[in-house]
Design a protein around this ligand. Structure first.
Ligand code: ZN
Length: 242
């Protein structure tokens, strides 16, 4: 099966559409959470996702927009964007987000928005944090989002350590025999210095993981954000991918 792996769309419809146009054939979509928050088109991104054969997790921004997480854990800019999102969400969008869980356990792939240990909050961005998380899931592989940085953490059981690999990943990555935690990066707000939308294709039969980057009309999203009075800092960061 070919699976389109996406995460952290953050209501950036232009980026999401670019990913869907660019992606090769897929049978299913696995979305790792944060469909909303920061960006200007929360309801439209949810509707687009719901039109696809998919599984999705809830992220911290999704839960915050429902009032299921305290906004005081957000910085001031994220909080104001989230309050705007709360006012925009339709009843159908709220019901959909409320139906999502922050983790899903599978035999081969576990999915977690942030980390298996702390599915809402932990940033897996270093090898030590990743290493500690391997004992918190039992499947060979775990897919996470949240950091907005594409990465692979491979477990070296003999040396009791983890190896971190960062983009670019020009070739498909063969999964196994080592266990791994993998982040496809963010569709709607990349933070690794590359402003292009990030996604991945997983072949569950061949066990290969191919990262992709795709340009999208950033200025359209920025213009939509400006029109809604969303914070300038959030508008600016899309242009630099930080
Ligand atoms: Zn996010």
């Amino acid at each position: 099966m070919q699976v389109l792996i996406i995460s952290d769309i953050h209501a950036n419809l232009a980026a999401f559409e670019a990913v869907l146009d660019h992606a090769p054939h897929f049978d299913e979509v696995w979305c790792l959470g944060d469909v909303v928050g920061y960006g200007p088109k929360p309801n439209q991104c949810i509707e687009r996702l719901r039109g696809l054969p998919h599984t999705s997790l809830a992220g911290n921004h999704d839960w915050a927009a429902l009032g299921k997480l305290q906004l005081n854990s957000f910085n001031a800019i994220a909080r104001s964007a989230n309050e705007w999102t709360q006012r925009q969400l339709s009843a159908a969008s709220r019901a959909y987000l409320d139906s999502l869980a922050p983790t899903l356990q599978g035999h081969v792939f576990t999915l977690a928005h942030a980390s298996p240990r702390e599915p809402m909050w932990e940033y897996v961005v270093d090898a030590t944090t990743a290493y500690q998380n391997f004992e918190r899931f039992s499947s060979p592989f775990c897919l996470v989002g949240h950091s907005h940085v594409p990465a692979i953490f491979e477990l070296d059981e003999e040396r009791e350590r983890c190896e971190l690999m960062l983009a670019p990943f020009p070739e498909p990555v063969e999964l196994g025999p080592r266990r791994a935690i993998i982040n496809p990066g963010s569709v709607g707000q990349p933070r690794d210095g590359d402003p292009r939308a990030s996604y991945a294709m997983l072949d569950t039969d061949a066990l290969t993981f191919q990262f992709h980057r795709v340009p999208y009309p950033i200025s359209i999203t920025q213009e939509r954000m400006r029109a809604q009075g969303l914070p300038q800092r959030l508008i600016d960061r899309l242009g630099v991918g930080r």
